[in-house]
Design a protein around this ligand. Sequence first.
Ligand SMILES: [Zn+2]
Length: 429
Amino acid sequence: MCATLILKSLQFLKKAVESNVSNKLGTSLVNLSELPAFKNESNVLCISVSVDGIPIAKSGSTAFWPILGKCDQLTKPEVFVIGLFMGEEKPNNICAVIADAPARSFVKQCKNFNAFHGCERCITEGHYSGRVVYPDVSARLRCGLDYIFQKDPDHHTGTSPLVELDLDLVHNVPLDYMHLVCLGVMRIVVLKDIISDSEYVMFLRLQCAMYILLSNNASNAEWNRYASKLLHDFVLMSKELYGVEFLVYNVHNLIHIADDALTYGSLDNCSAFPFENHMQILKNMIKKNDQQVNQVAKRITERRTCGFMKAIVNEKVVIIKSSDKIIYNGITISAAPGNSCFQTSLGYIVQVKKIVFCIEPALSMLVCSILEKANLPGYVCDSDKLGIHVVKLESTENVNLHLSDLYCKCVLLPMDDVHVCIPFTKPIE
Ligand SMILES: [Zn+2]
């Protein structure tokens, strides 16, 4: 489980999860042994459960508290609704929630992110330097038994109800990268003005490490060790550049986040992103300011009844959007900048020049130019190994490709007279 909640009535949760999961398993369960990221050979089904609040009115404190689940062994792990609650406060039958750092400390009954003993992964003792910082990057790591026996009494504020579950409360409560990196460290870095050369070198370490930890290489021991080293370097370099005040909870935890990839594979497997996205879908189901829970429950039932969800789960969906745009499995393809660059299954970087539509959309043909590629100079490692390249957009060679020849979409960033091409870590499945 990568995010967990306990209800006072665990039976309710068990029942709701069971009925939702059994609904979905019939058609899309894959062989567990085919999931290297989980190395799960014991026929254990991994269910992630999330609870978080989302305000539904511009003013006032009324919020929705959906309980969402996700079964990680499904070929397309969709988020499903287990239960809905609406009110002014957190639902009172839920006594624990895991999501961001404050919620984790609440559910684990451990010190908060701004306490001296707040690190959930190591026994480092922070100190106050305008705010609580954790300069030590080599403190002894915590383990699940340390937590249960409260070996470090300064870390605990009480006894968590989660100890009743068969969970390693140190390693099975991931440091969600959405909150830690995307909304945390990245925000701090991006808010800085145009960065200096040394900041750029430091930033590349963070980018490269996170790229590895979000890729299929995340749980590979060698790649994982390398990503972990880059993140240690980032933390030490940031201390040199910005001073010890920079080493707050989010920055310190970068030295631990690679461990989550050893447990879960790509950090996308244990992030809050799918749940956050689903919360928005639920919120958009509310059309009027009355009986909101009923409205959402009805919309969910309608979708299940008409098989809407199944239609988009089982097959690759191809939609011709307009005369020059195609949507393949949710990915937009066109000759326009931003949607034209792809990596093929054979490793070529191509740019779509024209789409030749067929009556059967799935058979549409893409006229593409093959882009000349080279290593990105000055990158932290051999960028070719990660699939990151510099490319020239002028090309002489054109090829005709089918949609199924595309492996993943790429981002093109201009740099001098060339472009840096970064493939998305998620393939077009
Ligand atoms: Zn730590």
